[in-house]
Write a new protein. Sequence first.
Length: 371
Amino acid sequence: MIADLHAHPSMKTYFGWARLARRQTAGPGFNPLGLRTSYGSLVAGGVDLLGSAVYVPEQQLKGDCIVFPLIGLFSSHLRKALQRPPDEVAVEMLRHVEQQVSQVNAGNPPPARPMTVVRSLAELRAALAAGHLAVVHTIEGAHVLDRKIENVRRFRELGVAILTLAHFYDYGVAPPVDGIPNDFFLRKLGCFRWSKDLSLGLPLFGAEVVEAMFEQGIVVDLTHATPRARGDVLALPNPRRRPIVMSHVGVQALMDHPINPTDDEIRRLAGTGGVIGVIFYSHWLVSKHPRKPDVLANVVATVDHLVRVGGEESVAFGSDFDGMTDPPDGLKEPARWPALLAALDQAGYSPTSIERFTGGNALRVLEAGWS
């Protein structure tokens, strides 16, 4: 089983002109228009479970990065998203994902392997048993709650399985780290020049959100949150023993940046039954300059470290495909998953271990956290 806990097809289909049913050639570099996570590429790579991450652009982007308002001149969805309440936009985007999946299944001829949006564990089990490609709703950034605690239940009822507490800006749930690489092209245009305060921890409302997620059954994702906020979440009472994850990161031991978990955090996350989803973006995986160009080696090195520190149960994958990332050619789209499986095999991992890494651990997290 292959599970990708975090990818962004809706970034290209909702805000752009791509279509899930239409496969595109995945070229080099960051491409704001090209879709990597198309149905054809997912099927070619053998993906069984896709965590389809909805990201609602934060309204602070209007003043922080002139590029977004300019793109909004051509994308009515982006223009409206920068003006409307984020919870309304998130609901619309979740429905958009479901419409895209319906279009795939309505193809002529129909696909040999249908896609299924699953909104519960029972639906997930049924889809996997039938050999379907299961699409699981996730959300990146708790700003979509619009500071309404009742929205936790609302999104759970809509089928959301994982919610990332933080993203680019602080909206009173979890303060963020700087999540944009220094050499990313938008920085060169004057964007994302804010300063981050890593001393900030989880505010009271953030604790209330986490407690509601534990109660409702949405998996807490600590990616993008400050180290102190991550520690505060891990220290909260967790009476239902919900797993806590970081869905798309590297590790600090190999790339010393506060977005990545320390060894102590890896152990604490593993202690909750959670996982670290290894991102397919070398910038966050290795700090050696010039960076080693073979992304497969970087991914495998990160897996090696997680296994040494957190055990085999701590390893999962969150590609961040179609987000603001630049996956190297070795793993530039889902169709390249077989190359990663081969690299893990060549690194000496058994088929049982690889099965844990590529899908078993992610499924276990959903079984325990999304209920």
